[in-house]
Design a protein around this ligand. Sequence first.
Ligand code: NDP
Length: 336
Amino acid sequence: NKQVILKDYVSGFPKETDMYITTTSIELKVPKDSNGVLVKNLYLSCDPYMRPRMRNVEGSYIDSFKPGMHISGHGVARVLDSENPEFKKGDLVWGMTGWEEYSLITDSKLFKIHHTDVPLSYYTGILGMPGMTAYAGFYEVCSPKKGDYVFVSAASGAVGQLVGQFAKLFGCYVVGSAGSKDKVYLLKNKFGFDEAFNYKDEPDLNAALKRYFPEGIDIYFENVGGKMLDAVLLNMRIRGRIAICGMISQYNLDIPEGVQNLMNLVAKRVRMEGFFVRDYYHLYPKYLEMIIPHIKDGKIVYVEDIAEGLESAPAALVGLFSGRNVGKQVVAVATE
Ligand code: NDP
């Protein structure tokens, strides 16, 4: 069983060499009465939250990875054997699995995959955790209204590309920021954002936002934190909403940057709210009902960046923190 192992806790930017590949033996059978499910992993998902798990912290919302142990994360898999009455051999599932060829899953929630007439890898993205994040974050946390001015950061990524498209479908005016010319092109020409800009080309983010939002921002979908959040705080409209989904610019810092402009929340009566996708999984069936037809009729598109083979997983994960990924970063591990 080939596995990706975390070498040691990480500080600063993660590197490919913080992980290594090893092979161990595994019995391809689930122990009797264990309630476990043995799966063959097909696609693994690279997600920013995996970086904080490489740090030695206690009391976080999610356990740290253990040095010397394989990395775990979201994935799509085929059931090979099951002692869990909910799953049987041959089922396709998505959920928390291991960064390895085969995983024995005893303690995490798996979702059974029923729609297979879409790419299976989509269950790491648009039909999985990031899709639910965009859906819950936009519709439940942002309280959108038609005509709202919406700003999305890390807008071409797994979550951001969907938030922008949901906001357009809802009748909002949408601007996205991303870190390259190609990503800006995608935002405007593939995902239908009204405007987009490369934040790396903007020495003054406040001025950039004033250019794109002369009347201010109603909704900010926050994926990056740091300087971008500070600039957004200067540009919010009265009763605006900021959904704090994540702050990737802070994940590699030992001491997070301070935010200067929070007082603007008072003057503008802005609601800023953090959220966790896992509080919203009860909405997953409703989300599927909405999104599957949209995918089939082309109303919503999804861009993936697929790396081939378990060996490519460390580089793919590390690439999230320099913006190497264009769209949802997936690792294809095996064919069905
Ligand atoms: P992406 O697919 O968007 O990949 C990460 C992207 O972040 C990179 O491609 C890069 O794009 C951008 N980035 C990296 N470093 C920086 C930086 N220092 N400053 C600005 N941008 C940077 O990731 P996801 O869509 O999967 O995740 C987006 C956010 O959502 C993350 O903050 C993540 O933690 C959060 N999240 C939160 C969840 C929740 O339940 N609250 C669930 C899932 C995700 P670019 O080239 O544009 O810089």
